[in-house]
Write a protein that binds this ligand. Structure first.
Ligand code: SF4
Ligand code: SF4
Ligand code: FES
Length: 396
């Protein structure tokens, strides 16, 4: 049974994220009303918050789930109450746990709520299979000069925006060096697919770009939301020049998901390959459970293969994270060899991972990034770019 969130003052960096950014169901993070949902634990850059003990004298309350009555402990999250009642929802691999993805949404007394950050209350009437419009927390909607992993290098001029992007909140990975951690680990105001698509289309017109990107956080969590948003974006932008770019960790991209994305209107995909070996992938992504890690890693690699083989009209870009404390040069060589075996001309961008969120490591020097690029060039890849502190190097 979840206890209460407590902060270790020796680890706290006094950044204020727990108070200002976390969508705490208790109203105020770390207060006595804590329901132990764990959202602040995931968001804290210091790793300073832990759920400890259990609340003394917890009573049972009665709720209704899908027409049946259940007794569950009071002052826990709705998601934990569902688990307590034996209803496992959603799949553990497909959720963020911080109120960002809304994949765990249920109807509570007729209104949609994210079950991970909603407190269970006496008499609640819950519907776990609601026919409701998907929702998702989204921010951003701004111009980008450089774009992402799935942006072709040749169209960037670094003086004018290359695309407009929205950022979906919530992620299924727990990367200790996450470079977008506030959006990956916090909730906020949710949006319907048509609301997000209209805003992104308007941004396209304001900034006079052809490309519209979904990034995050992990945008492929909450599949219904993403597919509906892309379909709506396509409807609003029927011209041939419009490009719809999905920037993803690739971990959930099964073949049927990819088919659905392409048929909805995705034209460009940026996919990260965060390792060849399972232990490297787990180190980079913070995925504790090895079964989930295996599933994620297999999907990401297969997504690249499947898209290149079956959808030549889709532009595919691959991102490879590099920092010597995370991955060896031998493994970079192996990754390069496997990619070259799929397609020697695919765009590959080596990303210079630098200190961020919870992991502190030195940003690789420009010369080191050049050497990593040379390793990848050496296996026959013809389109390798290195991201460095001085901008992109390559492909030539
Ligand atoms: S989020 Fe973590 S590090 Fe930041 S103020 Fe809260 S407890 Fe401290
Ligand atoms: S976010 Fe969740 S775990 Fe953190 S203080 Fe609020 S209720 Fe407690
Ligand atoms: S799992 Fe609840 S919002 Fe993502």
């Amino acid at each position: 049974m979840p206890g209460i969130a407590r902060r270790d003052p020796d680890l706290c960096k006094f950044c204020g994220i727990c108070r200002n950014n976390v969508t705490c169901p208790a109203g105020e993070a770390l207060s006595e009303n804590c329901i132990g949902c764990g959202a602040c634990v995931l968001a804290c850059p210091g790793g300073a918050i832990k759920i400890v003990g259990d609340r003394a004298g917890r009573k049972e309350i009665s709720i209704s789930i899908d027409g049946k009555s259940f007794l569950v402990p009071e002052r826990i999250s709705l998601k934990n109450a569902l688990r307590y009642a034996g209803i496992y929802f959603p799949e553990e691999t497909e959720h963020c746990g911080v109120g960002g993805c809304w994949r765990c949404a249920v109807l509570v007394d007729g209104s949609p709520k994210p079950s991970c950050i909603t407190s269970v209350e006496e008499g609640m009437v819950i519907d776990t299979r609601p026919e409701m419009e998907p929702l998702r927390v989204v921010t951003g909607f701004g111009p980008h000069m450089v774009g992402g992993v799935g942006t072709p290098i040749g169209i960037r001029d670094y003086r004018s925006p290359v695309e407009v992007a929205l950022f979906t909140h919530g992620c299924n990975m727990r990367c200790p060096q996450c470079q977008n951690h506030v959006m990956a680990f916090t909730g906020g105001m949710e949006m319907k697919p048509d609301e997000a698509s209209v805003l992104l289309s308007n941004m396209r017109r304001i900034y006079r770009v052809q490309r519209m990107a979904f990034s995050g956080g992990e945008c492929t969590l909450n599949r219904r939301w993403l597919i509906q948003s892309i379909k709506e974006l396509k409807r609003l932008n029927p011209d041939e020049k419009a490009r719809i770019h999905v920037d993803t960790n690739g971990s959930l991209l099964t073949e049927d998901y990819l088919d659905e994305l392409v048929s909805a209107g995705m034209t460009d995909a940026g996919i990260d390959l965060k390792g060849m070996k399972l232990e490297t992938f787990r180190r980079i992504t913070g995925t504790r459970d090895s079964e989930s890690a295996e599933y994620y890693l297999k999907n990401a690699w297969h997504a690249v293969e499947y898209l290149i083989e079956n959808y030549p009209q889709v532009f595919v870009g691959i991102g490879i994270p590099y920092n010597q404390v995370l991955i060896s040069r031998e493994e970079i060589l192996e990754i390069g060899g496997r990619i070259a075996g799929i397609d020697e001309s695919v765009q590959v961008c080596v990303l210079d991972y630098r200190p961020a969120f919870r992991r502190f490591m030195e940003q690789p020097e420009i010369v080191e990034m050049k050497e990593i690029k040379e390793i990848l060039d050496g296996v026959g890849l013809r389109n390798v770019i290195a991201q460095t502190s001085a901008g992109h190097i390559g492909p030539l």
